[in-house]
Write a protein that binds this ligand. Structure first.
Ligand SMILES: Cc1cc2nc3c(=O)[nH]c(=O)nc-3n(C[C@H](O)[C@H](O)[C@H](O)COP(=O)(O)O)c2cc1C
Length: 170
């Protein structure tokens, strides 16, 4: 069992997948980790759409036309729901994206823990993705598509800013 730092270090954006089937219990585990994510006021303003069928997978590919993306055997699309999210009254800041992002990273870390590759994908065509998923794209909208599967590539060295560049101590 990896500790959190080891898990965070092990997660990387996998951009090549084998066609090995992903076991149902691993999918269930990942979804449970998403379900338990924290959210503002515990409003849980998200929907998770598991895309596994050949028909919907193929349709989704039109929303992000990268060859590597098409290799993934399944996708979890994390959607935000503005009708359920918390908005801070002082400045009307809607927290749906933040909440969805936390759940999305839970998914990626859980996938890593069970030996699966994953990648955040946000550079998709929102209108196409919403149509494929059957969501309106406005109240309920896609935040991230996460391809999941057995990775066929390997992590490279993490490039990150040094702590002294990003930390202010006051
Ligand atoms: C919000 C967000 C959106 C991203 N969108 C994409 C994307 O559309 N396509 C892609 O290949 N990678 C995408 N990435 C992955 C980043 O490029 C990657 O996390 C970053 O380069 C660090 O590499 P690592 O994940 O391997 O540590 C996204 C990551 C985040 C957090």
């Amino acid at each position: 069992m990896k500790n959190l730092l080891e898990l965070v270090e092990a997660r990387y954006s996998a951009r090549s997948y084998s066609d090995r089937k992903v076991e149902q219990e691993k999918i269930d585990y990942i979804l449970e980790c998403a379900r338990l994510a924290p959210s503002a006021v515990n409003f849980q303003p998200w929907k998770f759409i598991l895309v596994e069928s050949e028909e919907k997978r193929t349709a989704l590919h039109a929303g992000y036309a990268q060859e590597w993306f098409q290799q993934a055997p399944l996708y979890i699309v994390v959607c935000g729901d503005h009708s359920q999210s918390w908005t801070r009254k002082k400045d009307s800041h809607d927290h749906a994206d933040i909440d969805a992002a936390i759940a999305a990273e839970h998914i990626c870390l859980a996938a890593t823990e069970v030996g699966l590759g994953s990648c955040w994908v946000c550079n998709f065509r929102p209108a196409i993705v919403s149509e494929v998923l059957g969501i309106d794209g406005e109240t309920v909208y896609p935040v991230a598509i996460i391809p999941i599967g057995y990775a066929a590539d390997a992590p490279t060295l993490k490039k990150r800013k040094a702590l002294d560049e990003i930390l202010t101590r006051i």
